[in-house]
Design a protein around this ligand. Structure first.
Ligand code: 4AD
Ligand code: MG
Length: 479
């Protein structure tokens, strides 16, 4: 057996009492031919390995370069130097893998996030990305724990589908037909009967429709998987491939839905605060340093930790779309024509600048907007009695904008069919979805949380490309 190592995070939590430990990791730095800072990804804190002068031959010492991988067996002793509690006095050092310091792209200095994106295969080895991805992991774990503890069933919805759940047409096609000479129908259109699935298929934009099938049997389900959108948005908040959590609950109305979403967001933030304190403090400092470069009015009013604490201890502001439009319309910002898209009136879709004005300037806290005009929302949302709005809700977060989109679903077959007809959604193709409304329909609701946007919120990373390992965005699919 090779692996008898102790993780460095665990080593650093011990009291040094000359006990023997084995560690393995990558060299972050090597000073004075004697002091190795070793990191194994379990924490940003390095273990100081001491290679006593004269004890190791020059041949070996020369190979201890940045990012070389080592196995070290030694004894833990209180450190004589400042800056660390303990040293690992090396008895043996084995080089597991050499690293050519001249060619290694990460130098021991500060690199820009843009540069690190170009070497995303190595960026996990930096402190920033170490922290970000450990926090991302914790959030994922907390999500499963939250729903598991409440008795929700984790449902795996298909990645390849024939339907457009959001009806927005932003889909990536999945096909095995040849591009140069696809089979055609008599009228010249492509004959998808010849395609792999015998029909036109695409990557899913949302697992919701299948999720509703689960909820109307299990009661409460959630999905957590990758979703794909071919929207040509090159922004700091959009990915072509992102992960979404979509709970769906039978016997829920819009208010129940909002309550669950709020409880859920608080729970996962609290989980990270309790379990990733060190990483969050590192990220808070990083963000504070970054913000020092910004003009005063562009800086956040709260530090990262303070912001997360604030969310834990304050209810989200709840208001209707109609009330939000009134606030935006009457705002000085609008009157002074500072919005790129001026507020024209009821019925318009809100842009992210409007959402961010509401959360960052007006309310200074997360906001839940509800009851949007039906014309700007998806076909499945429950129609309100006013004939104009639907029982939709979006949660808007400071620094991010929309983080959750959800609704109570239209459970009344006739109303749903009528709306689908108006919106040209083919009822024949969604026969299976409509069956839930035919056989024991119930009031139900659900929402989708964008996992990367949530991770941005918790880590304070301003670009969504920096919270997913290998971002897919327009014109970019490296790694
Ligand atoms: O608002 P959306 O489009 O809602 C749905 O897909 C519903 N089916 C959810 C449901 O009710 N079950 O997307 C939900 C969330 C957004 O609020 C946002 O956080 C995230 O998904 N999102 C994206 N994240 C990154 N990149 C993109 N291109 C995103 N599009 C949506
Ligand atoms: Mg939305």
């Amino acid at each position: 057996m090779f692996n008898k190592r102790t993780k460095i995070k665990e080593v650093l939590a011990q009291e040094p009492m000359s006990q023997e430990v084995t560690v393995m990791g990558w060299v972050r730095s090597f000073r004075n031919n004697q002091f190795i800072a070793l990191n194994d990804g379990s924490t940003n804190n390095n273990l100081q390995v001491v290679a006593q002068l004269g004890k190791f031959n020059d041949e070996l010492l020369k190979r201890i370069t940045i990012s070389a991988s080592l196995k070290v067996i030694g004894t833990l002793v209180p450190s004589l130097g400042k800056g660390q509690k303990m040293d690992l006095n090396a008895a043996t050092i084995e080089i597991l893998g050499d690293s050519d310091a001249e060619k290694y792209p990460l130098q021991p200095k500060k690199h820009s996030l843009e540069f690190l994106r170009e070497i995303a295969h190595l960026r996990f080895r930096t402190n920033t990305f170490g922290s970000v991805f450990r926090v991302r992991h914790s959030l994922a774990y907390a999500i499963h724990k939250f729903f598991n503890d409440k008795g929700f069933v984790y449902m795996h919805t298909p990645v390849i589908t024939a339907s457009d759940a959001e009806g927005a047409g932003e889909m990536f096609r999945v096909t095995t037909l040849p591009f140069d000479n696809p089979p055609r129908n008599e009228d010249g259109s492509i004959n998808f009967k010849e395609d792999f699935f015998g029909r036109s298929t695409n990557l899913t934009v949302s697992g919701q429709l299948e999720g509703e099938l689960g909820a109307t049997a299990f009661g409460d389900i959630y999905t957590f998987g990758p979703t794909f959108r071919a929207e040509n948005s090159n922004t700091a908040r959009h990915l072509a491939e992102f992960w979404m959590i979509e709970p769906e609950m039978a016997f829920y109305d819009l208010e129940d839905n909002m309550n669950l979403a709020e409880e859920f967001i608080r729970y996962i933030i609290k989980y990270a605060m309790d379990n990733n304190r060190e990483d969050l403090e590192f990220l808070a400092q990083r963000l504070a340093d970054e913000e020092k470069q910004l003009p005063q009015d562009k800086r956040a009013e709260m530090g990262l930790i303070e912001k997360l604490e604030f969310v834990l201890h304050n209810n989200f502001e709840r208001l209707t779309y109609t009330e939000a439009i009134d606030i935006l319309k009457e705002s000085n910002h609008n009157k002074k024509k500072k919005f790129q898209y001026p507020i024209t009136g009821w019925g318009m879709d809100l842009q992210s600048e409007h959402e961010r004005y509401l959360v960052e300037k007006h309310f200074k806290k997360p906001v839940i907007l509800s009851n949007y005009p039906r014309e700007i929302k998806a076909f499945y949302m429950r129609q309100n009695d006013d004939g104009k709005t639907v029982a939709a809700m979006d949660i808007l977060a400071p620094g991010i904008g929309e983080i959750v989109g959800g609704s109570q679903r239209e459970e009344r077959l006739e109303k749903l069919l009528a709306r689908m007809k108006e919106m040209n959604i083919p009822a024949e193709e969604l026969w299976w979805y409509l069956d839930t409304r035919r056989f024991g329909t119930v009031p139900h609701a659900g929402f989708g949380l964008g996992f990367e946007r949530m991770t941005q919120f918790v880590t304070g990373m301003t670009n969504i490309r920096d919270v997913i390992a290998f971002p897919r965005t327009p014109k970019s699919a490296e790694f």
